[in-house]
Write a protein that binds this ligand. Structure first.
Ligand SMILES: [Zn+2]
Length: 641
């Protein structure tokens, strides 16, 4: 299917009581506004999370004061302008159906169907194991009878359900309803089965995205992936990078769906500045994914002209890059393994931040995927190794490649020892101390010679005779605890014992850091922790793809490309914490004259889109590029033509 470009996701959830609903709205103005803003694709409201339909439905509940067919008219107006329209339906929330059918709701362990903040959205959610299932599928069928280009299913959030049918089914299947994990697994299987049923209804040549379902697990149902992330509105600026690194390995058609809001969805009066949207789209370009802007339309008015005027400028620039970016791949040499179906822990967000600051190119892949193309693999923090993975890793190492693991990674599933003899370190069990330290055996440059905090303990280990020790374990005087007389808050480092914190194996192809260093970096972002990983990667990857030693750690440098050329992405804008928010108000400017080294010999470097020739030369297998002044973001083409 055609890759989605320059999208807008239009939220439109309307409470009852808008007496002048649609009064000033006009389908033609709506479509023309999008067309003028260079928009090619929209998610548009067929049915909202209140449960109202915006077309004259025979099955669902039409918005009471809607006249005519709002969805139908916007669909034909958009199609007239060549804009692709995917119909939005909220499948996890449907408050109007819920009011009429209390037996269609998820029931929590205490028997409640309504819980939490009633002034928000998620205080009651639908159970797909009730008659709601047939109702929902019929509505999707009804929407598909329009000439839609696809279906966007929202709010597929996992929660346990103890409703009568779920409980009966679990009992019939021998599931212990006191086992919280088993109950959640059952609820997840129900969600996978409704996902399959929805895919059967939506024709194969139409787009389908199941928002909330883990990308990898539903890879055969999703036509593409939309990474929903309002970075300043709760998701944070570390969420997107890790998700994109995983998503682009699952599907070739991935979008970064950010939003125009200052806070979060439903923020009618919030607009976070043009530069802030550009910042997010620069991140999308750096990660080789497409762009989408989330908006919320007023129930009586047209789209806000000034916002779409800004978007027109932004999408005009994105469009000028497309002749180069279309069909590119992300170029990486470090593979990061996960066993998750799609949800990535804080460790992956910490890792993504750390490697991005260091300018190492990486992809996150499922352990079942092929990883032979990477020069180095990282098993972050909690990546325990089953027999199948052990065989793959053994084979990978036998090809002369290298592995870095941390925390519990590398251990067998039972956590009795390391899974492979290549990890020839002595495993001493879980680290039960809550205040341990480490000390470098040779302190790296620009690092203080001191005992450094571990923050996120993992395992205890000792070296074998043939191992190389890079850091020793330092025990504290006390752990943080209450002993009945004192609360031990002050727990200084005491002395080293015979254990190690960073070890390299005898074959010099596996390094292990004993603590959960990537989780620690997400929580604490300590420079000394980043340097550990930098030193290990330098050891295993002495000639990395990108070398940018004199660029600021706040900048992002990545490579995408195809057979004939590389695209170098240099992003220098970054957010500042202001109050409770991380804010981008204008772009940062990189002064002229910084140099970047890209592995490979290229005889021409062009700044895009104007094709200005940049000063460059080759040296020791690298192309050295002298950068011009960069305002926010720059894209450069490296080629031999
Ligand atoms: Zn249920």
């Amino acid at each position: 299917m055609k890759n989605i470009k320059r999208a807008v996701h239009i939220d439109f959830h309307t409470m009852p009581g808008i007496e002048n609903f649609g009064e000033n709205w006009n389908a033609e103005v709506f479509a023309q506004t999008l067309k003028d803003a260079n928009v090619e694709y929209i998610n548009a409201f067929a049915q909202c999370n209140i449960g109202f339909s915006y077309y004259p439905t025979k099955i669902g509940i039409k918005y009471p004061t809607m006249k005519g067919d709002m969805f139908g008219s916007l669909l034909s107006a958009c199609h007239k302008h060549g804009i692709v329209v995917t119909a939005y339906i909220n499948v996890g929330l449907n408050h109007e159906a819920a009011r009429r059918h209390a037996d269609w709701l998820r029931v929590d362990k205490d028997g409640r169907i309504i819980r939490g903040d009633r002034s928000a959205n998620f205080f009651r959610t639908m159970c797909y194991n009730t008659d709601y299932r047939e109702y929902l599928l019929k509505i999707i069928e009804e929407i598909c009878s329009y000439d839609v280009d696809g279906i966007f299913c929202d709010c597929m959030c996992l929660e346990p359900c103890y409703c009568d049918r779920c409980t009966s089914d679990m009992k019939n299947q021998g599931i212990d309803i006191e086992d919280g994990k088993a109950v959640l697994d059952f609820a997840y299987r129900v969600m996978l089965s409704i996902s399959e049923d929805i895919r059967k209804i939506v024709p194969k040549d139409k787009y389908l995205f199941l928002n909330g379902m883990p990308f990898y697990d539903v890879r055969n149902y999703n036509s593409h992936i939309e990474i929903e992330c309002l970075p300043s509105g709760g998701w944070g600026y570390d969420y997107f990078g890790a998700k994109a690194a995983y998503a682009r390995n699952i599907n070739k058609n991935v979008l970064y769906m950010t939003g125009r809001f200052q806070s979060s969805w439903g923020d009618f009066g919030g607009y976070k500045t043009k530069a802030s949207i550009e910042n997010d789209f620069f991140d999308a370009l750096c990660n080789n994914v497409g762009v989408s802007l989330g908006d919320h339309m007023h129930p009586a008015n047209n789209l806000i002209a000034d916002i779409y005027s800004d978007l027109r400028d932004i999408y005009k620039i994105i469009k000028t890059y497309e002749p180069w970016t279309d069909g590119c791949n992300y170029i990486s040499e470090i593979g990061v393994l996960t066993d998750s179906g799609g949800v990535l822990s804080k460790s992956y967000m910490g890792l993504s931040r750390m490697l991005s600051e260091l300018k190492y190119s990486f992809d996150i892949i499922h352990k079942d995927m092929d990883f032979d193309r990477f020069s180095v693999l990282i098993l972050p923090d909690d990546m325990r190794v089953d027999n199948e993975l052990a065989n793959k890793l053994k084979n990978y190492l036998s090809m002369g490649k290298k592995i870095i693991s941390s925390g519990f990674s590398g251990l067998n599933i039972e956590e009795t020892d390391f899974a492979l003899s290549e990890w020839d370190f002595k495993y001493k069990g879980k680290d039960s101390s809550n205040s341990p330290y480490f000390h470098f055996t040779n302190t790296p440059p620009n690092i203080a010679d001191m005992d450094w905090a571990i923050y996120k303990p993992g395992i205890r280990m000792e070296k074998s005779d043939t191992n190389t020790v890079l850091a020793d374990y330092i025990v504290p005087y006390f752990d943080r605890k209450w002993d009945g007389l004192h609360g031990y808050f002050y727990t200084p480092p005491k002395c080293k014992n015979k254990e190690s914190v960073i070890l390299i194996n005898s074959q010099k192809n596996v390094a292990h850091v004993s603590f959960r260093i990537f989780d620690a970096y997400y929580e604490n972002a300590m420079y000394a922790h980043k340097i550990i990983i930098d030193e290990l990667i330098k050891l295993f990857l002495p000639n990395p793809l990108i070398r940018a030693e004199n660029m600021p750690s706040t900048s992002r440098i990545t490579l995408t490309g195809k057979k004939d050329y590389y695209l170098l992405h240099v992003k220098v804008t970054y957010p500042e914490p202001r109050g409770k928010f991380d804010i981008v108000e204008e772009h940062n400017i990189l002064p002229e004259g910084k140099t970047i080294y890209i592995r490979g010999n290229f005889n021409k470097v062009l700044r895009l889109p104007d094709k200005t020739i940049m000063e460059s030369y080759t040296e020791n297998g690298y192309t050295v590029i002298k950068l011009p002044q960069i305002n926010g973001y720059g894209m450069f083409c490296l080629c031999n033509k």
